[in-house]
Ligand binder design. Structure first.
Ligand code: PLP
Length: 389
């Protein structure tokens, strides 16, 4: 008997490759010029990169001249989170980096800042960045050290909870700081505009919206105030990011950025209906399930839940054996599951495991039903205080 196809509910870890990305990448692989070469072969690849730049700029309402392609969001974060900026030709120093307690490690690690220059902004029990705490931290900022920089994500990767980014940006700008937004999980799921967000910089990752892994972008509001390059060399990307561009990956990124706005509302509504059904059934099947962030604004595709007595890794393995891919807390690259820093920041016991099911454009009702069947078995088998599942 052929193996039953698996059910993929881990779109926040990475989205399945979209057909338009595959097509664009295969076409780009057929071109072999170096985009920095002035001959026809080079110009053909340059044209493809410039078209993708326009598409990525369009995704976030930015000027294409303000898009720098990178190897992903982690590199973009490392580029922008630095004490060394230039205002035109004049060096400008950033004294401290303030990051919300629920940021992705790409931001929480502080980029090129020393550990002691990185200060955490707490979140409320509801999982939302505490704006009063941000104000207090910035009021206590030592201006002698340099300007403050603040990084707050638009949507959290674990809970999907949407953060009050615009209000945070106003607080930061009132105090003369720089404001950076991680828009990785929001891209393709919410309408985005860099100016509406009030961000000086935002960054994106292609693979979260159906593009290839290993492509991303740092997008800036202007061109005058820029971070010191992270990678120096041949001066590609106007000197901000040297190295021959990964043209095929950039073309795939452009294709999904272009497609993202098409039918966004209908797609989101369909996914939200599936997710809401999934959550309502989970609550009916296991009365003690804790669904995080249910009362606040969240991404429509994400559900992050805890089943008391079930460890994250045990739950993840149990779903995997049922043929379903879900995520357990924050998976390190080693595959080991650590305690969720997001749940800890929200005030939960570090021992409470979290499991995340995240849906995508091709998720079906049958996928959700299969998940719920497995959920009923796994919830029924667990023993309070033991890992049995
Ligand atoms: N920021 C968020 C919110 C993410 O979810 C991720 C991916 O896991 C990243 C940053 C890092 O992105 P990349 O894989 O492109 O380095």
């Amino acid at each position: 008997m052929p193996a039953r196809p698996r059910t993929y509910l881990d779109w926040n870890a990475t989205a399945l490759l979209a057909p338009e990305a595959r097509t664009a990448m295969l076409a780009a692989l057929g071109l072999s010029g170096n985009p920095s070469s002035v001959h026809g072969e080079g110009r053909a690849v340059r044209a493809l990169i410039d078209a993708a730049r326009r598409d990525v700029a369009g995704l976030v309402g930015a000027d294409p001249a303000h898009v720098i392609f990178t190897s992903g969001a982690t590199e973009a974060a490392s580029m922008v989170l630095t004490p060394d900026f230039r205002m035109g030709r004049t060096p400008l120093s950033i004294g401290r980096l303030y990051v919300s307690a629920i940021e992705h490690p790409a931001v929480r690690e502080g980029g090129r800042f020393d550990k002691e220059q990185v200060i955490e902004i707490p979140v409320t029990a509801a999982g939302i960045v505490d704006l009063a705490a941000l104000e207090a931290l910035l009021d206590a900022h030592d201006a002698e050290s340099g300007l403050p920089m603040v990084a707050v994500m638009l949507a959290n990767n674990e809970t999907g909870i949407i953060q009050p980014v615009r209000a945070a940006g106003e607080i930061v700008h009132k105090r003369g700081g720089l404001f950076v937004v991680d828009a990785v999980q929001a891209a393709g799921r919410l309408p985005l505009s860099i100016s509406d967000l009030g961000a000086d910089f935002l960054f994106l990752s292609a693979h979260k919206l159906g593009g290839p892994k290993g492509a991303g972008a740092l997008v800036s509001r202007g061109e005058v105030l820029m971070p010191k390059p992270l990678i120096r060399g041949g001066g590609q990307e106007k000197g901000h990011r040297s190295g021959t561009e990964n043209a095929a990956a950039i073309a795939g990124f452009g294709a999904v950025a272009r497609a993202a706005a098409d039918g966004l509302e209908a797609r989101t509504a369909r996914i939200r209906a599936l997710r809401d059904h999934l959550e309502a059934r989970m609550a009916a099947l296991a009365g003690d399930v804790i669904i995080h962030g249910r009362a606040v604004e969240r991404l429509s595709n994400t559900t992050f839940f805890s089943l008391p007595g079930l460890k994250s890794e045990t739950g993840q393995i149990a779903f995997d054996l049922e043929g379903i891919a879900v995520s357990a807390g924050s998976a390190c690259s080693s595959g080991k599951v650590g305690a969720s820093h997001v749940l800890t920041a929200m005030g939960f016991d570090a021992a409470l495991g979290g499991l995340r099911a995240s849906l995508g454009p091709t998720t079906t009702e049958a996928d959700v039903d299969r998940f719920l069947d497995a959920f009923a078995r796994i919830a029924g088998r667990r023993r309070q205080g033991t890992a049995a599942a």
